[in-house]
Design a protein around this ligand. Structure first.
Ligand SMILES: [Zn+2]
Length: 357
């Protein structure tokens, strides 16, 4: 089955964690065994794993993390350095595109052509690059956006989606683990996004920032990698009120595959990974479908290898090539073939078809 994954930090893995993503995950794990401490854990995503699992379309991020005082010094301390790093990550995607592994999907025509090509493929193994994996360019956190009007330059560079927040306070608003709304520059940036057609990703917005964005930003939005707070209480998850607002706006919410966002009380580095399986992700998807009264607002947004590895992912997933098992689990939960297809790829594809009309 063709699959859409709405959140993968591929360039970050290639540049910051220095991975050769042309290797199968097993080879990357083998290589990293020779080092004392590898952060994040065992690799689950690479280009061959995606291609082999028929994850033919992804939202790929630029993720230059900004240094925070309470963390070890591992990230750039100036926004200009984040700006430079984001361009470095963009250059990685461009180089992989030139190599024929990736294909940039910047508009509706490219999207339709790409999806048609993948849907027409025969069953069985596919040679890498035939066809390329499509990517829609996104940014997680807004530290590389040096001033609100720079949104237009980033759009020109190919950026189509922006998640203004990541962890903690950011230059324009507040993210996971912090509290507050958009500042004046942030409000200007949201209006600039509307003007330019830069789509909004609400994932990681602190509650007050979320509701500010819903008031100020008028365009289409998604929650790329986001589960339900009523199942896992913590500010990283969406409240039912937030989910209802996203449903009202025709949004799609991607299910996140990070264990602490899947089961309540699961602690990073402490809890047993075997206590989380992909069926627990179906619980979150089902909760959103019950609130919506349909299966039109859910998708995959795994965030696999987003700062963690196999040790923090559902235990019945070895690599992202196993993502197709979600289709079987959804069917076993009573979802129709049509609904399963919607959740595995169609809802996100249709979202972009509407957004890019
Ligand atoms: Zn994230």
């Amino acid at each position: 089955m063709f699959i859409f994954d709405a959140h993968l930090d591929m360039a970050w893995n290639a540049t910051e964690w220095v991975r050769d993503l042309m290797l199968p995950a097993a080879k990357i794990r083998e290589f990293e065994q020779h080092y004392d401490k590898i952060i994040p854990g065992p690799c689950t995503v690479s280009w061959p794993e995606l291609h082999g699992g028929r994850v033919g379309l992804i939202i790929a991020t630029l993720l230059p993390r900004h240094h925070r005082k309470d963390k070890p010094l591992t990230f750039p301390q100036s926004r200009e350095a984040c700006y430079a790093m984001a361009h470095g990550q963009l250059a990685y995607y461009q180089a992989m595109t030139a190599r024929g592994v990736l294909r940039e999907i910047p508009d509706k025509a490219a999207l339709n052509q790409h999806v048609d090509e993948w849907l027409a493929l025969p069953a069985g193994d596919l040679p890498m690059g035939q066809p390329p994996i499509g990517f829609i360019l996104s940014m997680e956190g807004s530290t590389p956006i040096l001033y609100p009007e720079q949104i237009a330059d980033w759009y020109q560079a190919g950026l189509r989606l922006l998640g203004p927040a990541h962890y903690g306070p950011g230059p324009y608003c507040f993210g996971t683990g912090s509290e507050g709304g958009f500042n004046e520059d942030g409000k200007r940036m949201l209006r600039e996004m509307d003007r330019v057609g830069m789509l909004l990703d609400v994932t990681h917005l602190a509650d007050e920032s979320f509701w500010d964005a819903m008031k100020i930003y008028q365009g289409p939005c998604i929650a790329s990698h986001h589960n339900c707070r009523s199942l896992v209480p913590a500010d990283r998850q969406l409240t039912d009120e937030q989910i209802k607002e996203l449903i009202r706006r025709g949004s799609v919410i991607g299910a996140a595959f990070d264990n602490w966002m899947i089961r309540p009380g699961w602690k990073i580095g402490v809890s047993d990974p075997s206590t989380v399986q992909m069926t627990h992700i179906v619980d979150h998807i089902d909760h959103i479908c019950q609130l919506a009264g349909n299966a039109n607002h859910c998708g995959m947004g795994t965030d696999l290898d987003g700062g963690f590895g196999k040790e923090q992912s559902p235990s019945d997933l070895d690599t992202i090539a196993d993502l197709g098992k979600m289709a079987e689990l959804l069917a076993a939960r009573g979802y129709s073939t049509d609904d399963v297809e919607r959740i595995m790829w169609r809802n996100f594809v249709e979202f972009f078809r509407r957004a890019w009309k």
